[in-house]
Write a protein that binds this ligand. Structure first.
Ligand SMILES: N=c1c2ncn([C@@H]3O[C@H](COP(=O)(O)OP(=O)(O)OP(=O)(O)O)[C@@H](O)[C@H]3O)c2ncn1[C@@H]1O[C@H](COP(=O)(O)O)[C@@H](O)[C@H]1O
Length: 105
């Protein structure tokens, strides 16, 4: 598995913060703010649920990609990135039981 795609996409999403809202989907979503971004994340999570139930594996991959993408937009909006999540997953590889919640309030 390669993280190159996630890194490139993170860079593109980050760059959209300085773009005019009408110039791109991500720029428009940033301009709408928190609630609009969170709504997309919830909407895509629901679509993942439906895809998981319909038995079409490619459909599931498609909807999870939508969910990951919108989660990345949310992270960027909050000053974070996919890299922060990858670091947390890497940290968990070394923790048995995953009971530690480092950094959680
Ligand atoms: N990976 C994605 C990506 N995945 C999904 N989407 C968009 O997310 C939306 C998914 O929402 P829906 O399925 O609900 O479709 P919709 O009804 O059109 O969406 P809404 O208008 O209701 O929000 C669609 O408009 C998709 O085009 C994405 N848009 C952009 N990217 C990446 O982000 C980059 C920057 O995109 P722009 O900001 O458009 O240049 C692109 O180069 C891509 O790499």
């Amino acid at each position: 598995m390669s993280n190159d795609t996630l890194q490139r996409l993170s860079g593109t999403i980050e760059a959209r913060k300085n773009a005019a809202p009408e110039s791109s989907y991500v720029a428009k979503l940033f301009s709408k703010g928190d609630d609009a971004i969170l709504k997309k994340v919830i909407e895509e999570a629901g679509e993942v649920l439906l895809a998981a139930k319909d038995g079409d594996r490619q459909h599931l991959v498609y909807e999870v990609a939508d969910l990951w993408f919108h989660s990345m937009v949310l992270l960027a909006h909050k000053g974070l990135s996919a890299d922060d999540v990858l670091q947390e997953l890497a940290r968990r590889e070394g923790v048995s039981g995953i009971t530690e919640k480092a950094g959680r309030k």
